[in-house]
Design a protein around this ligand. Structure first.
Ligand code: NAP
Length: 504
């Protein structure tokens, strides 16, 4: 199947073009023209989503599960074309796009199975106690209900699994919420073909057309109009700290504030404990280099900082990391803007007081090579900017002089998606002291592994205290992510005949 984007927006079942166009910036292959989004199109999409909610929000779980399965089938029917345009636009290798497509379709199917089980409704019942003294108790039932239309901002680094039909959209649709996606400018053609798949699934399952719209960007007004739109009830976002914070603030300043589920920046610190470094520092260095450079380091769970206690074993680990990183060739980044941000970030870190270069690289346009830096804990603690994310394959080793200094470093981190302990038998006492600190900092704490590679399952938490996310009570990966788009409603003495069917 060949696919050439027509460059239109999908508004409630209709492909709509606008006169003003922007050109895509593929890593390779031809550029294509895309219609620039407008606040008027956002308004049409949101109105249609609200209208669709009155049927979709009350659809059966079986019908919604069939719809999610149909989207997965339609994506698979376009598999090769999706891989080709996705790889051209983002520069990600085809094998990565194929893997990500599998993750996207299995995520949709997992949500389908999850809602069929019904546990997510969290149904509760406190039966009436008419004879209770001094006051009778009414009959009380509780259940989670969908919140209404949801806005989704596709992520640049997951053109499939976190974009048009990705985790946020799948969770919202599973919950019973219509979705309006703001397409990411780094992969508009990929967004279009996936929207085509969703459109086909809407047709085949008879869902209301307004249940899904895609408005392409090309203009900052689009995202702002979307989060401000009075019919939008929540926002799912993955991207930069600056962009996410601006949109979060807009959500909070609306006449009716709404939740903004932003997954922003993280440096995912790893604590390399002494016994582990003595026993297997070389292997840990190689492992870190592999995790740090995976996908050109463009993962939100990329482990950007390793904290060690200075000494011979730490030096061996650092040297093994440096040697492995120096074997890594240039990798294409997701967009010119992200490559430029990486170059600026590496200059910022490399130029900071006390930072020592261990491996520096020249980056060509849109290409990344790894950087490795080292800094003493006291210098690191004095410069907050060194704990900020640099999106790309940049590693920073923070050298603590002893265990107390390592604990001080652990306490100083802001919120993280992940925190990792590399430990062996002799490290248990120190690890026990670190655990309560890391648990307060991160959504996921790991031992003896690398945080890249996020399992989509029931127990996953991909979130954490700010700035890892704007809502520490939520996850954007795994079945628990559906809770973001639900709210509890209590039904007091409501007759059986008019209770929602899932409660009756
Ligand atoms: P981004 O610049 O935050 O953009 C994400 C989305 O939000 C885009 O659709 C963008 O629209 C929109 N947006 C951002 N700021 C906005 C504003 N003030 N008003 C309205 N819309 C706004 O992120 P990105 O393009 O994906 O990548 C840039 C940087 O984000 C990277 O260098 C990296 O630091 C970070 N990043 C982090 C993660 C993570 O998982 N933590 C993932 C991806 C990227 P436009 O396209 O119109 O700007």
């Amino acid at each position: 199947m060949t696919f050439t984007p027509h460059g239109k927006h999908l508004i409630a079942g209709e492909w709509v073009g606008t006169e003003t166009r922007f050109a895509s910036e593929p890593a390779y292959g031809p550029a294509h023209a895309f219609s620039v989004g407008t606040p008027q199109l956002v308004d049409r999409a949101c109105e249609a989503a609200e209208q669709a909610f009155w049927s979709y929000g009350y659809s059966t779980r079986e019908d919604r599960a069939a719809f999610l399965d149909a989207i997965a089938d339609e994506i698979e029917a376009r598999a090769e074309a999706i891989t080709r345009i996705g790889s051209q636009e983002t520069g990600l290798p085809e094998a990565r796009l194929q893997g990500e497509r599998g993750r996207t379709t299995s995520q949709l199917r997992l949500f389908a199975k999850h809602i069929l089980k019904g546990d997510y409704l969290d149904r509760r019942h406190d039966a009436a106690l008419p004879d209770r003294q001094p006051l009778p108790r009414p009959d009380l039932r509780m259940m989670q209900r969908p919140i209404g239309p949801v806005a989704v901002f596709g992520a640049s680094n997951f053109p499939l699994a976190f974009s048009t039909a990705g985790g946020d959209a799948a969770a919202a649709l599973a919950a019973g919420c219509p979705v309006v996606v703001k397409g990411h400018g780094a992969h508009p053609g990929t967004g279009e073909i996936v929207a085509e798949a969703i459109h086909a699934a809407i047709q085949s399952t008879g869902m209301p057309q307004g249940v899904f719209s895609l408005v392409q960007g090309g203009n900052r007004d689009v995202g702002q109009a979307l989060v401000r739109h009075p019919l939008i009830k929540a926002v799912g976002f993955t991207g930069s700290l600056a962009g996410g914070r601006a949109l979060f603030d807009l959500c909070a300043s609306r006449p009716e504030p709404i939740p903004f589920f932003g997954e922003l920046g993280s440096v995912n610190p790893m604590f390399m404990l002494p016994d582990a470094l003595v026993r297997r520092g070389g292997a840990l260095g190689k492992g870190w280099a592999a995790s740090l450079t995976m996908g050109a380091g463009q993962f939100c769970t990329n482990p950007g900082i390793a904290v060690v206690i200075g000494g011979q074993a730490a030096d061996g680990f650092i040297e093994a990391t440096r040697a492995a990183l120096s074997q890594t060739g240039p990798q294409v980044m997701l967009s010119d803007g992200i490559a430029a941000a990486y170059a600026r970030g590496s200059e910022r870190v490399g130029g900071a007081a006390g930072v020592q270069d261990l491996l520096t690289s020249m980056c060509d346009r849109r290409q990344a090579k790894p950087f490795l830096f080292k800094v003493q804990a006291r210098d690191w603690l004095g410069n907050h900017a060194l704990s900020e994310e640099v999106f790309g394959p940049l590693g920073l080793v923070v050298v603590a002089e002893d265990t107390e200094a390592m604990l001080t470093v652990a306490h100083s981190f802001a919120g993280q998606l992940t925190a990792t302990l590399h430990m062996d038998d002799g490290d248990v006492t120190l690890a026990r002291r670190l655990m309560p600190v890391l648990e307060r900092k991160a959504g996921r704490v790991l031992a003896n592994g690398f945080p890249t590679g996020v399992e989509v399952c029931d127990s996953m938490v991909h979130g954490g205290p700010y700035p890892a996310s704007t809502n520490f009570g939520a996850t954007s990966v795994g079945t628990l992510s559906i809770r973001r788009f639900l709210r509890p409603v209590c039904y007091q003495n409501i007759p059986e005949a008019i209770l929602p069917q899932d409660l009756a």
